[in-house]
Design a protein around this ligand. Structure first.
Ligand SMILES: NC(=O)c1ccc[n+]([C@@H]2O[C@H](COP(=O)([O-])OP(=O)(O)OC[C@H]3O[C@@H](n4cnc5c(N)ncnc54)[C@H](OP(=O)(O)O)[C@@H]3O)[C@@H](O)[C@H]2O)c1
Length: 267
C-alpha cells in the first residue's frame, strides 16, 4: 500500500512515520512547502516532495493534515487524483460534507487525533462518510490504529472530541506543570517532581483501564479519614478543580463549533 500524507507538520509527520513502520506499507509520500523543516533522518520508505497532486496520484490512500485555512487550495490540487481512493482528513473544522463536495468521488473519513500520535498513544475518533466500503473502513482502522487508540463516532460529536482529547494534551501539560511547581513548593527537585508527576498520570490511567476500577473507587481507596489525600482533595474542591475542567471542555467545544461555522460560511 502506498500512502500520501499531504501536510507533513506535527500530525502529518507523526502519521507518516508510524505507518511507514508497517510491512503493509511499501511507500509513504509526504508533502509540505518547506521541506527543510522535516525532521531528519527520514526512514527509507518516506519520500518527501512539494507536489501534492503527484503524491495523491501515486498513492492508494491519501491523508490530509494541513490546517483548515490551507484546505481549499490542497483539496483543489488533489481532487482529480482521489477517485475511488480512501481519503482520511485530520483537519479540524472541515466537515464530511465539505470534503465530499471537494472530493466527489473519493471515500472520505474525518478524524480527530492528538499530539500523542507522535509516540503512538493518540486518542483518535473518526467518522466515515456515507459511501465507505468495508475494506476502506479496515484501512482507516489500520492507519488510525498505528497512532494509538481509535474509535468510530458520529460526526456530530467531533467538536466535543476536539475539545476533550484533541486539546487534551494541553490541559494535561498544564496539570503536570502545576504538579511540578507544587513539588518545588514542597521541596522536591524539578526533575524528580516531573518524573513523579508524569508517571503518576501514566500509572493512574493504566490502573483505571486495565483493572476496570471506577474513578470514585480509586479515589476512595487512596483517601483515608483525616489523612493526607483528603487534605489535598479539599483544596482541589475549594479551587473548583472539576468545575474548571468541565468549563474548559465546554468552552473549547463551543469554540470548535464557532470555528467550524465561521469556516463553513467563509469558504
Ligand atoms: N496539533 C494538534 O494537536 C492537532 C490535533 C488534532 C488535529 N489537528 C489538525 O491536524 C492538522 C495539522 O495540524 P498540525 O498541528 O500538524 O499543524 P502543522 O504542524 O502546522 O502542520 C501543517 C503542515 O501543513 C503544511 N502545509 C501547509 N500548506 C501546505 C500545502 N499547500 N501543501 C502541502 N503542505 C502544506 C505545512 O508545512 P509548510 O508550511 O512547509 O507547507 C505544515 O507543516 C490541522 O488541520 C489541525 O486542525 C491538530
Amino acid at each position: 500500500m502506498i500512502i500520501a500524507v499531504i501536510g507533513a507538520g506535527k500530525i502529518g509527520e507523526a502519521v507518516a512515520r508510524s505507518v511507514a513502520k508497517s510491512p503493509k506499507v511499501s511507500q509513504v509520500l509526504v508533502t509540505r512547502r518547506n521541506l527543510s523543516s522535516l525532521r531528519r533522518p527520514l526512514p527509507k520508505k518516506i519520500q518527501a516532495s512539494t507536489d501534492n497532486a503527484a503524491a495523491a496520484k501515486n498513492a492508494d490512500v491519501v491523508i490530509l493534515a494541513v490546517k483548515a485555512a490551507d484546505a481549499k487550495h490542497v483539496l483543489d490540487e488533489i481532487s482529480t487524483h482521489t477517485h475511488g481512493k480512501l481519503v482520511i482528513s485530520f483537519m479540524a473544522a472541515i466537515s464530511l460534507s465539505k470534503l465530499e463536495r471537494h472530493l466527489p468521488r473519493a471515500k472520505v473519513v474525518r478524524a480527530m487525533t492528538n499530539m500523542a500520535a507522535i509516540v503512538g498513544e493518540a486518542a483518535t475518533a473518526y467518522s466515515p462518510g456515507p459511501n465507505l466500503k468495508s475494506e476502506n473502513l479496515e484501512t482507516t482502522q489500520f492507519v488510525l490504529g498505528r497512532l494509538g487508540e481509535c474509535l468510530e463516532l458520529p460526526e456530530s460529536q467531533l467538536d466535543a472530541v476536539t475539545a476533550l482529547s484533541g486539546s487534551g494534551p494541553a490541559y494535561i501539560a498544564i496539570l503536570i506543570d502545576a504538579l511540578v511547581t507544587a513539588g518545588l513548593k514542597v521541596g522536591l527537585p524539578r526533575d524528580t517532581a516531573f518524573k513523579l508527576a508524569t508517571q503518576t498520570l501514566v500509572g493512574t490511567s493504566k490502573l483505571l483501564r486495565e483493572t476496570g476500577m471506577g474513578v470514585t473507587e480509586l479515589r476512595d481507596a487512596v483517601t483515608t479519614p483525616a489523612g493526607t489525600t483528603i487534605a489535598g482533595i479539599y483544596e482541589l474542591e475549594k479551587g473548583s478543580f472539576r468545575t474548571s475542567v468541565i468549563n474548559a471542555v465546554e468552552a473549547a467545544t463551543l469554540a470548535a463549533e464557532r470555528v467550524a461555522k465561521k469556516f463553513e460560511a467563509e469558504h
